[in-house]
Design a protein. Structure first.
Length: 543
């Protein structure tokens, strides 16, 4: 039996964890919902912090900030005042208490309709190799499975960014599932010794913790696509109820290569995701080593193009970096024209060269090949914004946010586009949802620099100046040399009238030639600086 608990003008459904104000749902992050449920279960009594951590973050190591953020979120949505609380009262050194009178009503649990889309998360595999030195392989195989499953119609797959936050074995399955918003988890382990590979996988039902399927694969690394085929086949059979079509099989889409080249490719992917200048340079070297072993391996060429293009765009790369990306993206398309990643990489490079119409065609083809490919929508949206196609950019950022439901940046950037179009109400909705997602991210990873820095600008739009400055300060303390952090901090200072501070921060980036000039030309965050000679001199240094 589920229970509806009413207090004030609100109603909380203990079964679904949803909060309602009248007939309107009030959106809560899963952790805030779990905190509210724990407080309501012991209403009128103080609930110690340690009890809340045990209930909401069982098996996870998180700081006090995670609980504080949940309480702040609940007070915000309930319009509660910490100094004169109507609902949640702080009990000094004891925890928190829910102090409003309650009215509870038990309701029969309705039969749940059969889901039309099944949501699944693939967690990073555990390294069981003798030397415990195969983390790149564990990450790479899990990521390859994520990419394979996103191409399967009827499945919604949590992104690598979201699911890879859960690395420790033995984590609470239900807590992980709630955080990721999925009903099924795929986890496993990898043991590699010489050229032999043992992959063990389990498919786990979040609601019950029941293992629906498990299997061991003893193969060589060169058989990795066959392993992916087998895993994907079992997942689809159990969750969708039918077999993989030929076009859905990983082995039919992704090119084959030798074991050594594939290892270099996976190592390169691991560095590519870290998005720092040294990591991007290292990933380029590793992709080149893969290509030296197999010059016909299209995915390595596509990733090499992406790494070089990102170095050019964000880190003051010279023309030869863009030229190298141009060559690599062309080669990727020649070798792997059926991969969405090849067309997205080509579109990214073309957009940096100012060839927007050609870039659009490549992004459109990438989306046609894989309608669930987040990067195609996101980089297409950025290209449209840089070209001044603001309405199209807003549409694509919205689609990116729908494809990757935990992504905060696409919604925040959509909000910026909508404000430029004068669609203020829609802009507010997108920005608030972006902030909610960023808060959700920070609950589990309080040191996510992108969430803090981009989120600070979104908070300013919502009139939360104090929180905006705090998030920006935290991001600068954590990542004082990060290009994105410095740019967002500069924009925040500019918009709050702190021109000198803004210019000092931006100078640390733009003076090195880092930054995207065509984006800046359309971004209103820089408007207050445009007439300043110092800012104009900085712009001259950009590509």
């Amino acid at each position: 039996m589920e229970q509806n608990i009413s207090f004030g003008d609100y109603r909380f459904d203990t079964g679904s964890g949803r909060l309602w104000a009248g007939g309107q749902e009030v959106r809560l992050t899963p952790k805030a919902s779990a905190v509210l449920k724990a407080l309501l279960e012991r209403a009128g009594n103080p609930v110690p912090k340690e009890d809340l951590f045990a209930s909401v973050w069982s098996g996870m190591a998180v700081s006090d900030d995670a609980l504080t953020s949940c309480i702040q979120e609940l007070r915000k949505v309930l319009a509660d005042d910490a100094r004169q609380p109507r609902f949640i009262e702080t009990r000094h050194r004891r925890g928190y208490a829910f102090v409003a009178p309650l009215c509870a009503e038990r309701v029969a649990e309705p039969a749940a309709p059969a889901p039309t889309i099944t949501a699944i998360a693939v967690l990073p595999f555990a390294d069981m190799s003798p030397g415990r030195d195969q983390d790149y392989l564990c990450e790479g195989l899990a990521e390859e499975l994520i990419n394979a499953l996103t191409r399967i119609e009827g499945l919604r797959v949590a992104s690598r960014t979201a699911s890879f936050q859960f690395r420790s074995q033995g984590a609470d399955v239900q807590a992980v599932g709630r955080h990721l918003g999925v009903g099924t988890l795929l986890e496993g382990s990898v043991r590699k010794a010489d050229d032999r590979l043992r992959v063990t996988v389990q498919l786990i039902e979040v609601g019950t913790g029941y293992h629906r399927w498990s299997e061991k694969f003893d193969r060589t690394l060169e058989d990795v696509l066959a392993i992916q085929d087998d895993i994907a086949e079992h997942v689809v059979t159990l969750l969708r109820g039918d077999m993989l079509s030929q076009r859905e099989k990983p082995s039919q889409v992704r090119p084959h290569t030798g074991a050594e080249a594939y290892e270099y490719y996976l190592r390169g992917r691991q560095h590519l995701h870290r998005m720092t200048q040294p990591d991007l340079q290292k990933s380029s070297e590793l992709f080149q080593q893969a290509i030296a072993l197999d010059s016909g391996y299209g995915p390595a060429w596509g990733c090499l193009a992406a790494a070089r293009a990102t170095l050019y765009e964000w880190f003051g790369g010279k023309q030869d970096a863009l030229s190298g990306a141009e060559v690599a993206s062309r080669r990727a398309l020649e070798l792997a024209p059926g991969l969405a990643e090849s067309h997205a990489a080509r579109g990214f490079v073309l957009s940096l060269s100012g060839c927007y119409e050609e870039a659009a065609k490549e992004f459109e083809e990438s989306i046609r090949l894989n309608p669930s490919f987040f990067e195609a929508y996101y980089y297409y949206a950025r290209a449209c914004f840089a070209h001044g196609e603001i309405a199209r950019s807003a549409e694509l950022f919205q689609k990116a946010g729908e494809v990757r439901r935990e992504d905060f940046q696409s919604l925040m950037l959509q909000g910026q586009c909508l404000r430029l179009l004068g669609r203020k109400e829609e802009a507010t909705q997108a920005t608030r949802e972006g902030i909610r997602r960023a808060e959700h991210t920070l609950l589990l990873n309080p040191v996510d620099g992108r969430a803090l820095s981009l989120g600070s600008c979104a908070l300013l739009e919502e009139g939360e100046l104090e929180r905006a400055l705090e998030w920006s300060r935290r991001s600068l303390e954590l990542y004082s040399e990060d290009v994105g952090v410095l740019i967002n901090a500069g924009c925040l200072h500019a918009r709050t009238g702190r021109k000198e501070e803004a210019l000092s921060l931006l100078e640390r980036v733009f003076a090195k030639g880092c930054g995207k000039k065509d984006w800046i030309e359309h971004d209103p965050d820089y408007d207050i600086l445009r007439d300043d000679p110092r800012f104009q001199r900085l712009l001259e240094k950009l590509n």
